[in-house]
Design a protein around this ligand. Structure first.
Ligand SMILES: *Cc1c(COP(=O)(O)O)cnc(C)c1O
Length: 219
């Protein structure tokens, strides 16, 4: 077993005092590792490939909350719409529309986060600030999705000042959106991973997505 119980309990107590939610990123990890963390009390898990999520979901207890944090293709929404707790990577209006449609079919309302592009790398997915505001303005048209916040990834760099600046940028977009769209319930700011979660919390994160720190390095 590669799950380290001490690391988990320490992280949880650190986060609990700050009111930050821990999301365990279990991508590429075996179900036995997920079960081990579940036994320690963890309930929120995240995957970033649809097939892997669909394979693992039935093997864990039904009160496990599954988050999708990868780039979601529209034609794959239907595979996770019946059970996904929070879809974190909404990066286009057309994806939001498809989630609304599939959620309707399952007579659910699916919670989502808008993914915002904050990193300097071109390759990372995400919306611009303008796109965020235009999607938020249209949110009432899609009653089967509930936009509850935003998600972002900082640049992959050792430059902690740059990481901090990027997280603060997302925080300011989030704060502006909360003011301008006070009728929505924007409450979740998902930012921070194993290497930068303390900076992210410092910048106002309410949910961190931690993989390698909990499960060990991915091969
Ligand atoms: C893999 C992944 C993480 C976790 O990364 P670690 O560095 O292993 O903590 C967090 N967020 C997203 C979107 C990921 O794809």
């Amino acid at each position: 077993m590669s799950v380290n119980a001490n690391v988990y309990h320490q992280l949880r107590s650190e986060l609990d005092t700050q009111g930050v939610t821990l999301l365990a990123v279990s991508k590429t990890k075996p179900v036995t590792d997920i079960e081990a963390l579940y036994q320690l009390g963890q309930r929120d898990f995240a995957e970033n490939y649809v097939q892997e999520l669909v394979d693992k979901q039935p093997l864990l207890p039904p009160d496990t909350r599954w988050h999708f944090i990868g780039h979601l293709q529209r034609n794959k929404v239907k595979y996770i719409a019946s059970f996904c707790h929070l879809i974190q990577g909404v990066d286009s209006l057309s994806l939001l529309q498809e989630i609304n449609k599939q959620a309707h079919k399952h007579q659910r309302v699916i919670d989502v986060l808008l993914q915002v592009h904050i990193a300097s790398e071109e390759t990372k997915f995400g919306l611009s600030e303008q796109e965020v505001f235009s999607i938020l303005a249209e949110a009432p048209l899609y009653p089967h999705v509930r936009i509850i916040g935003m998600m972002g990834m900082a640049s992959f760099t050792d430059n902690t000042q740059q990481v901090r600046t990027e997280f603060l940028h997302l925080r300011s977009i989030f704060d502006t959106a909360r003011e301008r769209f006070s009728m929505l319930s924007l409450s979740v700011l998902s930012m921070g991973m194993s290497g930068d979660y303390r900076i992210a919390i410092d910048c106002g994160s309410t949910m961190i997505r931690v993989g390698s720190l909990l499960f060990g390095a991915r091969s």
